[in-house]
Design a protein around this ligand. Sequence first.
Ligand SMILES: Nc1ncnc2c1ncn2[C@@H]1O[C@H](COP(=O)(O)OP(=O)(O)OP(=O)(O)O)[C@@H](O)[C@H]1O
Ligand SMILES: [Mn+2]
Ligand SMILES: [Mn+2]
Length: 688
Amino acid sequence: MGLQIGDPNTCIRGCCSSKSIPLHLPPSAFSLLSPIARGAESTVYEGRLDGKRVAVKKPILSTSDDLDKFHRELQILCELDHPGIVKLIAVNARPPNYLFFFEFYEFPNLSEKVHAEEWNPSINQVLMITLELAKALQYLHNLGIVHRDVKPANVLLGKDLRPYLADFGLAVHQKHLKGISAENWKSSGKPTGGFYKKSMVGTLIYMAPEILRKEIHTDLSDVYSFGILMNELLTGVVPYTDLRTEAQAHTVLEMNYTEQLLTAAIVSDGLRPALPNDESGAPSRLLSLIRRCWDENPKNRPSFSDIVVDLESIWEDRKGLESVTPMHPNLCGSVVSDASENDYAYQEDINWSNQGEQFSRKASNADGCAVNVWLDSSSDHLAYRPILSWGSFSTCGRRETMEDSHFLLPNMCNKEDIHAFGIFDGHRGAAAAEFSAQAIPGFLQASCSTRSPVDALKEAFVKTDVEFRKELDFFRKSKKVKQKDWHPGCTSAVALIVRDRLFVANAGDCRTILCRAGDPVVLSKDHVASCVEERERVIRAGGQVRWQVDTWRVGPAALQVTRSIGDDDLKPAVSAEPEITETVLTSQDDYLVMGSDGLWDALSNSEVVGIIRDTVKEAAMCSKRLATEAVARGSKDNITVFCIMEKKATLAAAMDWRLKIKNETGQKFVKSVYAKLKEQWSACRPDA
Ligand SMILES: Nc1ncnc2c1ncn2[C@@H]1O[C@H](COP(=O)(O)OP(=O)(O)OP(=O)(O)O)[C@@H](O)[C@H]1O
Ligand SMILES: [Mn+2]
Ligand SMILES: [Mn+2]
């Protein structure tokens, strides 16, 4: 049949065109079969096109930035024609299905080949693969294009083990990079690939020091990544680990502070992966080439033209030499299994939620709630009584694991005017967050008859911290936790509402804001080492604070937060004691937003208020909208959001929407939300 090239053969915007590659296809021309790989930015399927087996890359297009990116990737792919670069066969560059069709490459990608199949290439095979790749990159650079994501996972293999450079999702013309400054670096597409999929492993380890310092990516930054790749192929070792398989590297690097330390070491201390040892038989000229490629100073790195010349001459030297020497004699057998047994026991089988619950049960006395000093003390029955609805949303976001936890405790102790809400953002594992989300509400309920709200909150944080660390220690001694230097922690924010009084207790970098008369009022301080007061407090308490890479960090663990539950290697400097604000609520107050730092990384206080202004004021919907928006704006963390809304505010807004929205579907939608809101209100206070 053959594929028809349309006239005009352009994308829907008209910015991409090609003489040889059809840019739109009739739906009958192709079909998608099963997915082969799910990346951060796309899903790759096996498919059929015009009767031929193909790989179909379907980019995730959720924002208009993503669409721009699609067109940029397409423009570049249309320009390329080289035997060392994956072959684009056709494209569907029109809505609703934006699809790239590539030649299908049977073999696993180079990363899987080395780490999953544990393939030991011979020196000659290493030379062949790196030479072909270098030629492809030389071609690319001659066109003025930088790839920006050179790594083994982006190298596909043909039947004869020929390498094909793939994934132009981050490639750009160098001339366009000139305008990118550190400010918009974030949105200009930092290497994402493995970033999310395999945490930082896929990419951080290939990033040149200048990129880690957030400077502009040049062709010489590709050379750096290529140097790391060459060494990885030679040693069979995932960079910066002494291990062979990627799954293990993932564990080594998955904890935030290790990433930070690694970044610091690469940037400031010139740390690089270990070169192969003497027994490997790697030619010394090859090792010296690798060293030059990953030189700290980009100016000392060779260009790909130099690299091609070098590799060809090393290849010439070796002509006639046998190529059967196994590459990693020292990495077989017991070394591997020992390491994997000893080092990977982070996620122990302990159920930390259960542990927290047990603790909270121990703390509570059965009739504790009968008398309630909190309500009695505010005996002013004329006081303002807000009527609240609440909703939450929490997402793993672009991370692989979820370390946030939370609790919602409305009508606490069966009192309709007392509500408590808490967010816990775990780091170095989820254990502390899971424990605290159970322990703290239990503790609060147990203390409402005996302590003031402020004392109860303070004690809840401090006691939960002590108890958590005790448990961890206990498990460590009983050998249930094998990892001696595992120090999980979490930041936490708890809002306690007692009639018209709002108490916000905060330790760490979760944040709570109140929308008062349309403007955000911040009710908590971010406890991070970049805050001078906190830094000084940590130092006074005997902790160490150092500037590392891009910000101030505490202790050898390089923690950015200065208060937390857990983190027992940093106690007492990283304290669990919360700062507590007390606010008297008035009819001016519309809603409260609480969020883990994943929300606030991407949205400012006033942006949050702005987004809620444009959202139907249903608490769960607003929470979801905020989290989704934060992900779309590049937050790469777990995100938990609570919205706690006052009836009048939501009512007024819903009315407003009903008046504004004229079309039928819109009316229907707002009506259903209105009904839902009414139901919530009557559930939370039948008399109101
Ligand atoms: N033409 C192809 N033939 C066979 N497999 C392919 C092909 N293209 C891609 N793949 C598989 O899909 C994976 C992801 O492809 P690619 O890197 O292009 O997508 P991505 O979404 O940009 O991924 P990443 O998360 O690494 O950025 C590859 O590592 C490879 O395993
Ligand atoms: Mn990729
Ligand atoms: Mn990619």
